[in-house]
Design a protein around this ligand. Structure first.
Ligand code: TK8
Length: 358
């Protein structure tokens, strides 16, 4: 960089000197910039004490009311993470579809515009079609059986590999229990009574197939639009567990409740994979462990609340009828065949494994 000044004369010398000044100024400037850069990068490359004081924020969205065990479980999750991380990670919980429709949530957790989503599983089905074996009518005997199926192989062998491929990491489950029909037209005593009723379903094939096999006309729709659609008569009815029929106040706009237990469903705690990978390893562990503990707590609460909610719905004036589980199973059997046609021998194996679990 050094200039040979002996070769510079007159105005040339002046020019050489000012170039030298410029070079020196440039050198000092560069050092200042590097120093500034180091200060800015400090939380990453600096000592551990600087990194641990940084608070990261994440948002977790879901579709249910704040009165539900799902919401309680989410709050517990956030609380445990905050406590165990020494407030290095704070998770804000957004219930009641505040961050958008359920379909939008699924897309947002994939892209990372929302860090976390407690998803009704069918909303993730487009990214992982095989996962819908858990929703097939008659697969789950009760919620204890469902718990074993989810954690013995569904998480690690079905949900994780397929959802990670699209950038979503599933890590814990909460039972969304068995589903039943409500409608505003008539009491349903046999499946034949469902004929002609427009029933809102979650917008995925396996759910629509099941409702169609039971005789109703499925109308796919996001959960966030459902109350208004029922109120305005856009659809005659819908199907959901007791707890959701109660917490979403569907009893205000639906007269008849029919016990069918036609399908079990789960909420899946998910995190955007890029965000997850950006966390320190100890924070990752805290997220996974706290998520599992909170979801386990929520699963138990859901079991209790669901049973109480049937009583509450009766008290609130809903007229309750029941169709035998056998009649429902028989009618829904073709859904298995359609599903198996789409998912082949691998799908068949998933079903067998689920049924074999005691
Ligand atoms: C809330 C809903 C709900 C589901 C539905 O997340 O859409 O009917 O049962 O869980 O998505």
């Amino acid at each position: 960089m050094k200039q040979d000044l002996s070769k510079c004369t007159g105005w040339q010398l002046e020019k050489c000197l000012s170039r030298r000044k410029l070079l020196r100024a440039g050198f000092i400037g560069a050092m200042v910039l590097i120093a500034l850069g180091l200060i800015c990068l400090d939380p990453v490359v600096g000592p551990a004490s600087a990194a641990t004081t940084k608070t990261l924020k994440a948002r977790l969205g879901h579709g249910l009311a704040a009165t539900t065990p799902l919401h309680q479980a989410c709050l517990k999750f956030a609380e445990l993470v905050k406590e165990r991380s020494g407030a290095r990670l704070e998770i804000g919980i957004f219930p009641s579809s505040q961050l958008g429709s359920m379909t939008e949530h699924a897309e947002a957790v994939r892209l990372g515009t929302i860090e976390m989503y407690a998803a009704g599983s069918p909303f993730l089905e487009p990214f992982a079609p095989k996962m819908s074996f858990i929703n097939l009518p008659g697969i789950m005997r009760d919620t204890d059986h469902a718990y074993k199926v989810m954690y013995s192989f569904a998480l690690e062998e079905v949900h994780q590999p397929s959802l990670l491929q699209v950038g979503i990491r599933p890590f814990a489950y909460l039972s969304n229990d068995f589903r039943h029909f409500t409608n505003n037209k008539r009491p349903i005593r046999t499946l034949a009574d469902l004929k002609g009723l427009k029933i809102r379903t979650m917008p995925t094939k396996s759910v629509m197939d099941t409702v169609a096999a039971l005789g109703a006309s499925p109308v796919p729709m996001d959960f966030s639009e459902l109350f208004t659609a029922l109120q305005q008569g856009v659809v005659d009815g819908q199907e959901n567990p007791f707890m959701i029929i109660w917490s979403s106040k569907f009893y205000e706009v639906q007269k008849y409740l029919t016990l069918t237990y036609h399908m079990w469903d789960t909420f899946i705690f998910t995190v955007n994979e890029k965000f997850f990978q950006s966390l320190d390893p100890d924070l990752q562990k805290i997220v996974l462990q706290s998520g599992r503990e909170a979801a386990d707590f929520g699963w138990k609460e859901m079991d209790k609340t669901n049973n109480n909610c049937l009583g509450k719905l009766k008290e609130l004036g809903m007229i309750v009828t029941e169709i035998s589980r056998q009649e429902v199973q028989n009618a829904a059997k073709p859904v298995w065949n359609t599903w198996l046609e789409r998912h082949g021998p691998e799908g068949k194996k998933l079903i067998q494994r689920a049924l074999e679990i005691k």
